[in-house]
Ligand binder design. Structure first.
Ligand code: ARG
Length: 578
């Protein structure tokens, strides 16, 4: 199973080969000018250049080679040598039939038997999660879903910050307070900012924090027990947030889990002279000849012997390779940490952790979430917006919007609340994921929770509308209502929707290869719009012709299933009704 453009590329590729030209030149893609053609092939131009011929003449040779092929209703040369392609309706229909019966909508399970580790979320113990962690979680979880759909065995790891000096700050603060009772989230939220502030001001206070960190990292039983306690409390808080967002992790590991790998790693890097001393610290020089910017060395040990963020990240790669032997490790982290990861990846390659490009280390960085003032998103009081407050705000807005728009008014309160939750999550996730990953974006709750425009709620609304239509037609069980028509009749209202449905594997592939969820968001939005015009321009339930009606309903079911599948990749659930 593959997409229409993949199949056409094969047909054209063979035509090019028959003329003694490279098959790759036969690449076919969806036309830039849908008013002129459905697909286009531009290979004749490069072929002509290579062969020193006239491009229109080469294009003509290709057309001659394809003469009489059943897939095409019209092949035409345009401009300097583009080939415009219009397909035969029966060919589109046959393709759609296969696509409709395929649970993967034409996506090949390329990842079967291969593992991928995804590192996202990255919350820090004791500190409240902020909106930067929101982006990491949403994008990382979406990439995990995309890779799972492509057949990979995926491991999502939350990689908490649970090992650095902040741990020592808390431990020493508890000691100073003489606190021996249980540690709660409220207590942590109160003491961490205080401890961190006093450590900044007071060198002696900082020394206590450092000593406590060292005791913890050296395995002191008392420090370890205390630390375990507040780790657990923190994790419970994190889980509540991630559950509310519908973000899933397979592993709840942290920086501390790298600890057992650090000593032998350092011995090994030293023995092979990959790690050298520099001003009392132990570093790996990672600068490379062609560097345009200076890439500073990765510090493994500070002069006082403490390990750093780079040390744990490097050792975590060893842990992940031993545990999973993945083909890729994808890090979904703020773009501003780019240099850190460049250093870590280079040090890993230098140390031979990466062999023949395996595991491929991928930095999938993302931009900043800004407020409507264009500056990093803050609370009204100017503080860092906490993730849970943001989710609560979204929910409140969703409830208000449902009320205003008189949506779900006649449903029971529990169902309405469930809908409000789905609307809020759809709004937050779609607003984030629809932007190219690297771009900053403006978090505008009013706009993103609207039922109009390119928003999550708009998509939910469209999906629910199709679902209700199918229910009225007695096709409530959508999964059991695939395209059954043996002859699919295409006409001008059905064709654009049918062609768009067939594009899915192409968009999916782009999102997979480039780690770009926004491609799927764009696609599902176009699909919802195409459905809307289809719905507005023809009769469906009231169509008197049995056969035409059946085809249109089958298209509705297929559109629904595809919207639902893409929304599931984005991590959004569709309510039963609204
Ligand atoms: N805890 C880090 C932060 O809040 C993010 C962790 C990202 N992942 C990693 N392997 N370093 O900035």
């Amino acid at each position: 199973m593959s997409s229409l453009s993949q199949n056409l590329s094969k047909i054209f590729g063979e035509a090019f080969t028959a003329l003694g030209l490279p098959a790759a030149l036969g690449a076919v893609r969806v036309s830039d000018r849908p008013d002129l053609a459905q697909f286009q092939c531009n290979g004749a131009m490069s072929a002509a250049k290579q062969a020193g011929k006239n491009p229109r003449a080469v294009a003509q040779d290709v057309l001659d080679a394809l003469e009489g092929h059943a897939a095409f209703s019209k092949l035409e040369i345009a401009g300097p040598g583009f080939i415009n392609i219009i397909l035969d309706d029966a060919y589109i229909a046959a393709h759609l039939q296969v696509l409709g019966a395929d649970e993967q909508f034409g996506v090949a399970p390329e990842g079967a038997g291969q593992k991928i580790v995804l590192d996202y979320g990255g919350p820090n113990i004791a500190k409240a999660m902020h909106v930067g962690h929101l982006r990491s979680s949403i994008i990382g979880d979406c990439l995990r879903r995309i890779y799972t759909f492509a057949g990979y065995d995926t491991i999502g790891d939350v990689h908490m910050g649970d090992w650095g000096t902040p741990m020592g700050m808390i431990l020493s603060e508890l000691t100073l307070m003489g606190h021996t009772g249980p540690v709660t989230m409220e207590l942590l939220a109160e003491i961490y900012p205080r401890a961190s502030a006093s450590c900044k001001e007071d060198e002696a206070r900082m020394a206590l924090a450092r000593a406590a960190t060292k005791a913890l990292q050296d395995g002191d039983p008392e420090a370890t027990a205390r630390w375990r306690e507040f780790i657990e409390v923190s994790i419970a808080g994190m889980k509540a947030n991630f559950d509310a967002l519908g973000v899933h992790f397979d592993e709840w590991k942290g920086e501390s889990d790298a600890h057992p790998f650090i000593e032998s790693m350092i011995t090994d890097y030293k023995a092979r002279a990959l790690a050298v001393e520099s001003d009392g610290a132990l570093v790996v020089n990672v600068a490379e000849p062609g560097d345009k910017k200076e890439i500073p060395p990765l510090i493994l040990l500070k002069s006082d012997g403490a390990v750093l963020y780079g040390t744990t990240d490097l050792a975590t790669i060893i842990d992940r390779i031993q545990a999973h032997n993945p083909v890729k490790i994808i890090y979904c982290v703020d773009q501003r940490q780019f240099l850190h990861f460049e250093q870590v990846f280079r040090a890993a390659r230098k140390g031979g952790m990466v062999r023949d490009g395996r595991p491929e280390l991928v930095f999938a960085g993302f931009g900043t979430m800004n407020g409507t003032d264009g500056k990093p998103f803050k609370t009204r009081a100017g503080g860092v917006m906490r993730l849970e407050d943001l989710i609560a705000m979204g929910l409140e807005k969703a409830r208000a919007r449902l009320e205003e728009a008189d949506i779900a008014a006649d449903l029971a309160p529990e169902e309405r609340e469930d809908i409000a939750q789905k609307v809020a999550i759809a709004a937050i996730k779609f607003a984030d994921l629809q932007n190219p990953r690297h771009s900053d974006y403006i978090f505008d709750l009013d706009r993103m929770i609207s039922f109009e425009g390119k928003t999550g709620p708009y998509l939910l609304y469209q999906a629910v509308r199709i679902k209700s239509l199918l229910r009225k037609a007695g096709l409530g069980d959508i999964a059991a209502a695939p395209l059954k028509q043996s002859i699919l009749i295409l006409d001008d209202v059905v064709r654009p929707l049918a062609l768009l449905l067939a594009e899915f594997p192409d968009h999916f592939q782009l999102a997979l290869e480039n780690f770009t969820p926004h491609v799927l968001c764009e696609y599902v939005y176009r699909l919802a719009q195409a459905f809307s015009s289809f719905y507005g321009s023809c009769h469906i339930l009231s169509e008197p012709d049995e056969a035409v009606r059946a085809v249109r309903l089958a298209l509705c079911a297929m559109t629904y299933r595809q919207i639902e599948a893409v929304m599931a990749l984005i991590g959004v659930q569709i309510p039963e009704r609204m």
